[in-house]
Design a protein around this ligand. Structure first.
Ligand SMILES: [Zn+2]
Length: 251
């Protein structure tokens, strides 16, 4: 375990008050048991216009130019688990800040479901093991609280030297990654105009491209979660394809 990273990570963590600590922990099962997205039956509606995030110049807007492969590579002498833990902590923290910015527009009324495409809304498994639609703010609050609690849990994300990462660490971080992807997917699908209004699209695109590149590099991300099914595609699946074609991401 890298001394530097252990120190820097625990310092960063110490500085940030848990943003969602006041939110009650959901009593529903952890998202690790969540079902795959359930497709909403397609209705015969007029063709959907191309989303703004897939349109020029927004699709190209990024702070980091070039291929993201180089910034996700494991630095020399850094433990891979520590590298993954650190990056997940950063993705979570940054995404939480972006969601904080759009949160007043993501309400029980505006976002009745956890939508991520014209025919896709993710479902949550409730205590009765039933797959249910939750308003997006509720779903996101459950997910972010769950991740915050994991990050604060020394047994899951150890920060002290001498504490090893648990055997379950790879599968835990895959679940975390899948849920973070859903939050990105909802913001792109439902709130990209607010991101544009704040002129934050270069930041948000860079964060998401970094997240995708990192997830592919360390096999934390399944492409079927990025693309969705043909009946209910994930909106950001097309974004991934565009960026791959532009040479920003690897295939
Ligand atoms: Zn929303």
């Amino acid at each position: 375990m890298s001394f530097f990273n252990t120190i820097s990570r625990s310092m960063t963590r110490g500085q940030r008050a848990p943003k969602r600590a006041t939110t009650p922990t959901p009593t529903t099962p952890s998202p690790s048991s969540m079902a795959p997205p359930s497709p909403v039956p397609p209705s015969p509606s007029p063709p959907i216009p191309k989303p703004l995030y897939l349109s020029s110049p927004f699709v190209e807007a990024a702070l980091v130019k070039g291929n993201f492969k180089t910034i996700v590579m494991l630095p020399k002498y850094v433990d891979i688990m520590e590298w993954v833990a650190m990056n997940i902590f950063d993705f979570y923290t940054n995404l939480n800040e972006f969601y904080g910015v759009v949160t007043e527009c993501c309400t029980q009324q505006s976002c009745l479901t956890m939508s991520a495409g014209p025919t896709l809304s993710y479902t949550w498994i409730n205590q009765e093991r039933k797959s249910v639609h939750l308003p997006a703010p509720t779903y996101i609050d459950y997910v972010m609280t769950w991740i915050q609690n994991l990050l604060n849990d020394e047994a899951t994300f150890p920060t002290k030297s001498g504490h090893d990462f648990p055997q379950s660490f790879p599968s835990t971080v895959k679940h975390v990654y899948r849920q973070l992807l859903r939050v990105f997917a909802h913001i792109y699908h439902a709130h990209f105009h607010q991101i544009l209004h704040l002129r934050s699209e270069p930041h948000f695109n860079s964060l998401f491209a970094h997240f995708l590149a990192f997830g592919r590099e360390y096999e934390l991300l399944d492409m079927k979660d990025v693309r969705g099914s043909s009946a209910s595609p994930v909106g950001v699946g097309q974004l991934w394809e565009k960026w791959r074609d532009m040479g920003i991401l690897e295939g």
